[in-house]
Design a protein around this ligand. Structure first.
Ligand code: ATP
Ligand code: MG
Length: 395
């Protein structure tokens, strides 16, 4: 008996003429991840992806985990491959399934007969396999309406398969299918979630983190790198740019009206991110902003920051409550890192009365007091570029 991983993909099947390119991306992504887990073959057939270990060293647990974090897959299961005969299906069910049926009371068997030459019809296969399971696990009962576990028996062209305990995949569409975007990644809760949400919609991520040495420290940077590693678990390799805002912040403080500090800083962030985006072939920016969350996230303030970018700004958290963002942060494993208490550059020189209804002309007048273009160039020269690879993920 050989154990393999079966992956079902979701939305891709609706892609009509473009379907093949989505499928290729998904298979490529899985092959990349598989290469880190040992020797596997990844192949696609009849809307399923088969991940097959090629030797005993191939780590199927690690691969299953990797596949369950791959966008484009809606469901996956471990399955036992066997010969295409009723006897073999029944034997395999008896030897392979009990480990998935611990603590389970009821089950049903569903069968698929993709190979129409197979002598038994689907209900007959289900009855045979169900009988075999009952003989091996007499504590079980069949419940066709509301079973604890659904066992699948599939007879396909190449082989037959038995599996149970299908789990939900990460959903979404394959990373890379929507192009690249630049995530503004702070050490907070929201921006890693925003990156995850856009990667789920097929976006390959670059990220930029703005720091302000010595006002922000080494630990704050380490925290952001860890967040990037956690997001990379889903999004794959992320190019992380680390840019210093120290001089910009000092100049804003020296020259501009205090109430505008945050907005001016945010416009610098957008402008620098926009420039990096162009350099690294990104077609949009991504932020973790949520409407009304803080003074710089009112509709007027967002309007003022938006104007500093020449490309679309995606804000997937815009309509989410903090509690909903936290729920996702917990699900994807970034929350505990996000709440580590290190300074962010946004909290350096925070004005006590930030403008919540700013006018763009007034912000621009404040900005005109600065050598805006010169400061942007200077900051871009500090870009310290790191590649956070999928295999660097923190588990
Ligand atoms: P988060 O929890 O994501 O830090 P926040 O509620 O703290 O968000 P702000 O500090 O106003 O909100 O930041 C809004 C967005 O601006 C962040 O979600 C992020 O996309 C971007 N941002 C803020 N600070 C930084 C930074 N130091 N580096 C990169 N991007 C940043
Ligand atoms: Mg923040």
């Amino acid at each position: 008996m050989k154990e393999i991983i079966l992956c079902k993909y979701g939305e891709i099947v609706l892609k009509g003429a473009n379907r093949a390119s989505f499928e290729q991306l998904l298979v490529k992504d899985l092959r990349y991840r598989a290469a880190q887990c040992g020797r596997f073959t990844v192949r696609r057939s009849q809307s399923l992806i088969y991940i097959i270990p090629e030797d005993d060293d191939a780590d199927i647990d690690a691969m299953f985990d990797a596949a369950s974090h791959t966008f484009g897959i809606i469901a996956l299961s471990r399955a036992a491959a066997c010969e295409k005969s009723v006897a073999s299906l029944c034997e395999t069910a008896k030897s392979y399934l009990p480990r998935f049926l611990d603590g389970v009371k009821t089950f049903k068997v569903e069968s698929k007969r993709a190979d129409k030459t197979f002598p038994l019809k689907s209900p007959e296969i289900s009855a045979e396999v169900g009988g075999a399971i009952l003989s091996a696990c007499p504590h079980l009962r069949v419940d066709v309406k509301n079973p604890d576990v659904t066992v699948m028996a599939e007879v396909r062209e190449d082989s037959a398969y038995i599996h149970a305990g299908q789990v939900k995949g990460a959903g979404g569409i394959p990373v890379g299918s929507s192009g690249n975007a630049m995530l503004l990644l702070s050490g907070g809760i929201d921006s890693p979630v925003a990156g995850y949400m856009m990667a789920k919609r097929g976006v390959r991520l670059d990220a930029v983190y703005f720091e302000s040495f010595p006002y922000t420290g080494e630990l704050a940077r380490e925290k952001v790198m860890n967040l990037a590693r956690l997001v990379a678990r889903y999004a794959g390799t992320i190019n992380l740019h680390v840019v210093s805002l120290t001089h910009i912040q000092e100049e804003i403080k020296r020259v501009c009206e205090e109430d505008y500090f945050t907005l001016l800083l945010r416009r610098f962030m957008m402008t620098i991110a926009d420039r990096l985006a162009k350099e690294y072939d990104c077609r949009a920016l991504i932020t973790g902003e949520s409407l009304g969350q803080v003074a710089s996230q009112t509709m007027q303030a967002i309007g003022v920051t938006d104007a500093a970018s020449s490309i679309p700004v995606f804000r997937p958290c815009i309509g989410l409550d903090k509690a909903e963002i936290i729920e996702t942060a917990r699900k994807i494993g970034t929350f505990d890192t996000s709440i580590l208490p290190y300074e962010d550059c946004c909290t350096v020189f925070t004005p006590p009365h930030p403008k919540t209804k700013p006018e763009l002309s007034k912000v621009e007048a404040e900005e005109a007091k600065l050598d805006f273009a010169g400061l942007v160039e200077e900051a871009l020269n500090t870009d310290n570029h790191k590649r956070i690879k999928w295999q660097d993920q923190t588990l």
